[in-house]
Design a protein around this ligand. Structure first.
Ligand SMILES: NC(=O)c1ccc[n+]([C@@H]2O[C@H](COP(=O)([O-])OP(=O)(O)OC[C@H]3O[C@@H](n4cnc5c(N)ncnc54)[C@H](OP(=O)(O)O)[C@@H]3O)[C@@H](O)[C@H]2O)c1
Length: 263
């Protein structure tokens, strides 16, 4: 059994807790500084054992976990990660909205010689979808009639926009297209320039996550979409990542892990 400490006990933390045992992981600690842990938030149908609870990340509160999994808040992630690195704790981080400081944090993780795995989307399907997106952009690239634009939809509780996945997809699209040099995230009060593509975000309801890419010509539209049905897919990916990184040193993205597993 891989021993896990959950940092953040919201939608994702709870889902990982419920599924941990089925993926040969044991949750030995929960750390959630803002809300305080409430046993009633554990799904009563879950067989999960209520582990040690703490409000701060310390050597003691980590409770000898092999891996910490952070699904907390965009504004909390950096502080949490710095603390985990300082404590030499192998870590998986799924929290989004902090990746502008990715190189700074991963440099610290390298120096501390811990195992550190990050990703904006822990769904295997999204990982494979990303490869389709790159191929599709390359296919349409030489057909000037086809413009491209993209859309992402998430539930009303999501704290950041655009999604971390949208940012990653936009980078892939720009690298695969010879016609597009810029992504525009904001509301447009003008026509998009030919070298720009618009990636819009919608927030509302309970949508776990949908990312769509459209190739649009005067004659037709081709749409590529990835739609998450349940957060369980992210939780499975995070638990897979935790087991994989438990006895490793070094920094990996989720897609690098998938690549290594496939090879
Ligand atoms: N990589 C992926 O595949 C993936 C998939 C889904 C979600 N995400 C990302 O993961 C993050 C969490 O998503 P979620 O849906 O679980 O959100 P959520 O339901 O809002 O849960 C976040 C939890 O973390 C707590 N928290 C806030 N500050 C914290 C801190 N300093 N340390 C520890 N916990 C803290 C929150 O407490 P309060 O309620 O008091 O704020 C809440 O309990 C978001 O950034 C989301 O975009 C990533």
């Amino acid at each position: 059994m891989t021993k896990i400490c959950l940092i953040g006990y919201g939608k994702m933390g709870r889902m990982i807790h419920q599924l941990a045992e089925s993926k040969a992981c044991e949750v030995v600690s929960i750390i959630d500084p803002l809300t305080g842990f409430d046993a009633s938030r554990v799904d009563p149908n879950s067989k999960a054992i209520i582990p040690k609870y703490a409000s701060e990340i310390t050597k003691e509160s980590l409770n000898d976990a092999d891996v910490a999994i952070d699904f907390s808040h965009p504004t909390a992630a950096i502080q949490n990660l710095e603390r985990l690195i300082e404590l030499g704790q192998n870590t998986v981080v799924g929290t989004t909205g902090w990746h502008e400081q990715l190189s700074e944090i991963t440099a610290k993780a390298e120096t501390a010689q811990i195992g550190f795995l990050y990703g904006a989307n822990f769904s295997i399907g999204m990982n494979l979808f990303s490869r389709l997106v790159v191929s599709a952009v390359a296919v349409f690239d030489s057909f000037e009639d086809y413009d491209l634009y993209a859309l992402e939809k998430h539930h009303a509780q999501k704290q950041d926009s655009p999604s971390g996945t949208a940012i990653e997809l936009a980078k892939l699209i720009l690298s695969a297209s010879s016609r597009k040099d810029k992504v525009v995230w904001d509301k447009l009060d003008r026509r998009p320039q030919p070298d720009e593509f618009h990636f819009a975000s919608i927030r509302g309801g309970s949508v776990p996550g949908t990312h769509s890419l459209f190739f649009d010509s005067p004659a037709d539209t081709i749409e590529l979409s990835h739609t998450v049905r349940s957060r369980a897919t992210f939780a499975h990916g995070a638990l897979m990542a935790a087991r994989w990184i438990a006895d490793k040193k070094g920094v990996y993205s989720f897609s690098e892990m998938i690549q290594e597993i496939l090879c």
